[in-house]
Design a protein around this ligand. Structure first.
Ligand SMILES: C[S@@+](CC[C@H](N)C(=O)[O-])C[C@H]1O[C@@H](n2cnc3c(N)ncnc32)[C@H](O)[C@@H]1O
Length: 407
């Protein structure tokens, strides 16, 4: 990030130097010194973001970058997270008539079908092919928890099939005034599914606003207690609005909403939660290449952007320290950057051991690729965790998520 910022400044300076008078031409008093800082054309933040991503993601994603880049610049797809506190079945029927389906409940069936197709391909193939397929199945079974058991089934989120870019109608209130669904990037649900909330779990959502994932956590109907925190008071207001619009008062009252700096959580309630979601601030890649407002690639925010991996590490450490021994943390971002994704995880595991004497284990989430390959495009080469790549046929994400268990 720093290198890119310097690169743009240098390019701007070079351009202006070329426009200035050549040394030795004309009397000195007629020469004027151009002030490049005041006159250099301002590079809009989205262009700067794209330039930065072109330099780094083309190396990381190689041949997959052009498709992800095109998708990032196009209209994203949405998922409709059904509101279980509203008239669920009526809305589900309406969406099914439009050819949308619940990607969460459909996932195990689709994964089984895909596995079946793989099997018949192997049977049609050579003996060697069959052996390889059998070995792959065995290692997959050894490595991954059974897919059906590993996602929380109460969450229902409808998406249109791959390649279908139909838009959902806006959410509507029911007779009690609660909205029927929440439109969100469907890939943002994956970190919540990975958390795998169990009945009566104490759950902390450390960076919760505006509240899409908090709402999804409530939809599981399993949280014994839910603490939703976000440092930003204005964004916390949006979280309150979402709770007001989707959740009945008696359930709302079980959620404690706070506005602390998440990095200080240890001093407030260390080691008390079964599950912690750490959905950190990041370069929000899709927003950064399309929107001028609130863009982290704006020149005046360079320092803040460069400090993001440090903030992310501190928040993840706070999440780990907030977890009971045996509890689990899911870390997530909406960036493709390995510096904000895998590197933060790897560093947190080191720091937990070296500075806090806490052993933390990265959990295997490879079964998510198997389960949700029909809905999302996954990057196959993450060192740890899973990454959903935007693609024009399935324009969700980017979403990175990784699960850690405190031992
Ligand atoms: C990616 S957003 C979270 C989105 C949210 N989880 C959702 O699904 O709607 C990151 C959030 O982190 C918050 N944040 C930034 N620094 C923080 C800190 N030190 N402590 C707690 N929250 C922080 C921001 O205000 C922002 O709302």
């Amino acid at each position: 990030m720093a290198a890119l910022g310097a690169g743009w400044r240098a390019a701007g300076a070079r351009g202006l130097l070329r426009r200035g008078p050549a040394p030795g031409l004309g009397p000195r008093r007629h020469r004027h010194k151009e002030k490049w800082a005041a006159t250099a054309p301002r590079v809009p933040a989205p262009r700067l973001a794209l330039h930065h991503f072109d330099a780094s993601y083309s190396l990381q994603l190689q041949g997959l970058w052009p498709a992800a880049r095109a998708a990032l610049l196009c209209e994203p797809k949405h998922g409709a997270l059904l509101n279980s506190f509203s008239a669920l079945d009526r809305v589900a029927r309406e969406l099914e008539l439009l050819n949308a389906s619940d990607f969460v409940s459909e996932a195990p069936r689709k994964a089984a079908e895909e596995a079946g197709r793989g099997e018949s391909r192997a049977q049609e193939g050579s003996a060697e092919g069959k052996t390889v397929a059998r070995a792959e199945r065995m290692s997959q079974a050894e490595m991954s928890p059974p897919p059906r058991a590993s996602v929380t089934s109460n969450i229902r989120c409808y998406t249109f099939p791959r390649g279908d870019i139909t838009r959902f109608r806006p959410a509507r209130p029911d007779a009690l005034g609660l909205l029927d669904y929440y439109l969100m990037d469907a890939a943002s649900l994956l970190p919540v599914l990975a958390l795998c909330v169990q009945p009566d779990d104490f759950v902390l959502d450390l960076c919760a606003a505006p509240g899409g994932k908090t709402l999804a956590l409530l939809q599981t109907g399993l949280c014994g207690h839910l603490a939703a925190n976000d440092i930003s008071i204005s964004r916390t207001k949006r979280l309150y609005q979402i709770l007001q619009s989707y959740v009945p008062r008696e359930v709302r009252e079980t959620v404690s909403v706070t506005s602390h700096d998440g990095r200080d959580w240890q001093q407030l309630e260390g080691g008390t939660f079964h599950k912690v979601l750490v959905d950190v601030p990041c370069t929000t890649d899709r927003h950064s290449v399309t929107e001028v407002d609130n863009n982290i690639f704006h020149k005046r925010r360079t320092k803040e952007r460069q400090m993001l991996p440090m903030l992310q590490l501190q928040l993840l450490m706070a999440g780990i320290l907030a977890t009971k021994p045996g509890g689990e943390v899911v870390y997530s971002t909406c960036s493709l950057s390995p510096l904000q994704n895998e590197c933060v995880i790897e560093r947190a595991v080191e720091v937990a051991g070296a500075q806090f004497d806490i052993s933390v284990q990265v959990e295997d989430l490879s079964h998510f690729q198997l389960l949700f390959q029909d809905t999302f495009s996954f990057f196959p080469e993450c060192r740890v965790g899973q990454l959903v790549l935007p693609h024009l046929t399935a324009n969700f994400g980017p979403t990175y998520f990784c699960k850690l268990r405190r031992l």
